[in-house]
Design a protein around this ligand. Structure first.
Ligand code: GRF
Length: 218
């Protein structure tokens, strides 16, 4: 069976893109990156793609008359290369409703919180401000409302009393790099279906045990 063809959309650093590049470099990984798109020519992630021999395209959103026009051009570029799954990886543009409809159930995103808590930006600081004991990250299918959609994979990161937004972001990012390739693998292996707006994973077995923070007895 052929590998699932991905398009990865970025705006910046590209560390999640790199995690996907690294995963896709394994011979037995069931997906391949066909194209990387950025809305910013200066996005450092573009160099990562080029270094890995992956085609890149830049669509500068300021050059388009409307959001829909911009989105249509991106859709065409992705369709030209036979994209089967769109992976948003730090793509800092809101997407039009048409775009979300067109790629419905074929587009996923990674977000640095345990959704549905803490949508939007600066979510690590928001978690610290709220005083929650656990943060984390989520890979989810994309719907029109920002940071909503069926959840595929989450990872939990305990918060310590000395954490800052930066220290927390770093630990969350390390987990992002693990769960994004995992989510892509689940989809590429054909294990995911969407029922009643929930992502159902065949053969899903939850890990046992529990995390308590601060630890019981501490
Ligand atoms: C990540 O924190 C991701 O969760 C969020 O944007 C950031 C992108 O980082 N959507 P990078 O460009 O992948 O390093």
């Amino acid at each position: 069976m052929g590998k699932l063809r991905l398009a990865v959309l970025i705006s910046g650093r590209g560390s999640n893109l790199q995690a996907l590049i690294t995963a896709c470099a394994q011979a037995d990984f069931p997906a391949e990156i066909a194209l990387v798109i950025s809305n910013k020519a200066a996005a450092p992630g573009l160099q990562l793609a080029t270094a890995a021999g992956i085609a890149t395209r830049v669509f500068d959103h300021t050059a388009y008359a409307s959001r829909s026009d911009f989105d249509r051009h991106i859709t065409r570029a992705m369709e030209e290369i036979g994209t089967e799954l769109v992976c948003l990886a730090g793509f800092m543009r809101l997407l039009s409703d048409e775009f979300c409809d067109h790629w419905r159930d074929r587009m996923i995103n990674i977000h640095p919180s345990l959704l549905p808590a803490f949508k939007g930006l600066d979510v690590q600081q928001a978690a610290l401000d709220a005083g929650v004991r656990f943060a984390g990250c989520t890979v989810h299918y994309v719907r029109k409302e920002m940071d909503t959609g069926p959840i595929l994979v989450q990872a939990v990161v305990p918060i310590g009393p000395d954490d800052t937004a930066d220290s927390l972001a770093q630990r969350i990012l390390a987990e992002e790099h693990r769960i994004y390739p995992l989510a892509v693998r689940l989809i590429a292996d054909g294990r995911v279906s969407i029922k009643d707006e929930r992502a159902v994973i065949s053969g899903h077995e939850a890990p046992t045990g529990q995390l308590i923070n601060p630890p019981a007895g501490a």
